[in-house]
Design a protein around this ligand. Structure first.
Ligand SMILES: *[C@@H]1O[C@H](CO)[C@@H](O)[C@H](O)[C@H]1NC(C)=O
Ligand SMILES: *[C@@H]1O[C@H](CO)[C@@H](O)[C@H](O)[C@H]1NC(C)=O
Ligand SMILES: *[C@@H]1O[C@H](CO)[C@@H](O)[C@H](O)[C@H]1NC(C)=O
Ligand SMILES: *[C@@H]1O[C@H](CO)[C@@H](O)[C@H](O)[C@H]1NC(C)=O
Ligand SMILES: *[C@@H]1O[C@H](CO)[C@@H](O)[C@H](O)[C@H]1NC(C)=O
Ligand SMILES: *[C@@H]1O[C@H](CO)[C@@H](O)[C@H](O)[C@H]1NC(C)=O
Ligand SMILES: *[C@@H]1O[C@H](CO)[C@@H](O)[C@H](O)[C@H]1NC(C)=O
Ligand SMILES: *[C@@H]1O[C@H](CO)[C@@H](O)[C@H](O)[C@H]1NC(C)=O
Length: 400
């Protein structure tokens, strides 16, 4: 009796999830997780950090979008040593066991035309992140008692192989997107996607908040360089970085930084980033290790409390971002940009920042409109904001 009740409850749960949750959240449809086929994963060794199977969420395209594909890398930082990866393996960032099995699709993933005018009816796939190296590693840690799989590159490959027979193999148009560590994955895999697709498929890429700068922190330390060096070394990333980039730089590991690999990327790419990216502000420019005297304690959480010299440091940061992308801005004919002067991080996945009455704008265009204009070549779209404080359309995540 108990067993039967359980079965009925489970069945109800399974059959009801997409609709029941949907009815509570009318504009945020939820999509269940699909695990990568065990045979595909096993053949490639494509496992999450803890050895679990990787997974993605797939919402089928319809109407005029039925043959178009949006693939979106999930973000969520990195792990750069055995300890941090061991910790990560016990969380949703390193194991599908701990992940939510349904995800709300909003912003660029929304299936509602009035919320996502250009991509709503495409096949939309959220690729869950469980490797800790922006889907780019390929190695393994095994000391006899503990095992960690660093198989991001294989996970990427396995997910594509899983999706090809679901229609990706016949894609007309494709857009590879992602935010944060997922936005970095876009730079690293942008040219790779077209290799799996027919020659006549239009492939483009959108990196959101993935333009992590190769700069020193305010204490003149190479904080981000050493973090990335750890990620690349531990997880065997270097072999998967762009060969033309790695053969050109004295330190090939630096090709993990978007600004160094950018000029080698042949696929049209759109860089969406805030000029005062919050993650970069807190972790690259002013990590706590660079602020021993806690001079940035208030400024980091409320821009109105920043001193003139701190504001200047933030303006210098913006300048570094513009310089790192200057050649792309002036020379790339297929590229797009939207660099707004906001204190935010990730703007394509949330409805409020992607496309809404009061969402961020540059030259009157929302991010959704700018990305759509660029993708469909309705207009050249390289938009750069004036320096802070001049943009009243920002959705800042700290008072500014
Ligand atoms: C689409 O979004 C609009 C605006 O939020 C809303 O009014 C409409 O009900 C949504 N349509 C569906 C099918 O959910
Ligand atoms: C995948 O298949 C292998 C055998 O090929 C099996 O040992 C393993 O338990 C399976 N993993 C999952 C998660 O089903
Ligand atoms: C293996 O590595 C783990 C994690 O660093 C550590 O806790 C464990 O003691 C190591 N085992 C051996 C045999 O070195
Ligand atoms: C690409 O070429 C194939 C084979 O000729 C054709 O079936 C397909 O419709 C073409 N796709 C596009 C987007 O033109
Ligand atoms: C693209 O990825 C596949 C699978 O990881 C790999 O076999 C291939 O060499 C990659 N190509 C490039 C140019 O990175
Ligand atoms: C390197 O650049 C050459 C010339 O642009 C190009 O033909 C080749 O495909 C590139 N190799 C890779 C791995 O991107
Ligand atoms: C931010 O700092 C300003 C200036 O000190 C202050 O007036 C304001 O209340 C602070 N805002 C918040 C939300 O703490
Ligand atoms: C194209 O973009 C420019 C600059 O943002 C703008 O002035 C112009 O009105 C746009 N044209 C169209 C057709 O959207």
């Amino acid at each position: 009796m108990m067993a039967l009740r359980l079965v009925v409850a489970v069945l109800l749960l399974i059959t009801c999830v997409p609709w029941c949750v949907n009815s509570q959240l009318p504009h945020r449809p939820v999509v269940g997780m699909t695990m990568v086929k065990n045979s595909t994963a096993t053949a490639l060794g494509a496992y999450c950090l803890d050895g679990s199977l990787p997974g993605y969420h797939f919402s089928k395209g319809f109407g005029s979008g039925a043959r178009n594909w949006l693939l979106q890398f999930e973000g969520g930082g990195w792990c750069n040593d055995v300890e941090s990866c061991m910790e990560r393996a016990k969380t949703r960032r390193g194991s599908t066991h701990y992940m939510t099995k349904v995800e709300a699709f909003s912003g660029i993933l929304s299936n509602n035309e009035s919320l996502n005018p250009d991509f709503y009816n495409w096949n939309r796939v959220k690729l869950r992140y469980c490797d800790g190296a922006s889907f780019a590693g390929d190695s393994k840690f095994d000391n006899g008692t503990s095992v960690l799989y660093f198989r991001g590159q294989k996970i990427w490959q396995a997910m594509i192989l899983d999706l090809l027979p679901k229609g990706l193999a016949h894609a007309e148009k494709a857009l590879l997107s992602g935010c944060s560590a997922g936005g970095l994955a876009v730079f690293l895999h942008c040219d790779n996607l077209s290799r799996f697709l027919p020659r006549n498929t239009t492939v483009k890429c959108l990196s959101d908040a993935g333009f992590f700068l190769d700069i020193k922190d305010v204490a003149m330390h190479d904080t981000i360089r050493s973090l990335y060096h750890g990620v690349v070394t531990l997880q065997g990333v270097e072999q998967n970085l762009d060969k033309n980039c790695t053969s050109s730089l004295v330190d090939p590991k630096l090709c993990f930084f978007p600004q160094h690999v950018l000029s080698y990327i042949k696929t049209p790419i759109f860089i969406l980033n805030t000029a005062y990216d919050m993650w970069q502000f807190h972790n690259i420019l002013v990590p706590s290790s660079a602020d021993q005297r806690k001079e940035w304690k208030y400024c980091k959480y409320n821009v109105s409390t920043c001193t003139d010299s701190q504001i200047q440091k933030l303006q210098d940061f913006r300048q570094e971002m513009l310089e790192a992308s200057y050649s792309f801005y002036t020379h790339s004919t297929s590229g797009g940009m939207f660099i707004n002067s906001c204190f935010a991080h990730c703007q394509s996945e949330q409805q409020e920042t992607w496309f809404a009455a009061d969402s961020p704008r540059l030259h009157k265009k929302t991010i959704a409109e700018a990305v759509g204009d660029w993708y469909f070549e309705r207009n050249e779209t390289k938009l750069i904001d004036c320096p802070y404080p001049c943009d009243s359309s920002c959705h800042n995540i700290i008072p500014a």
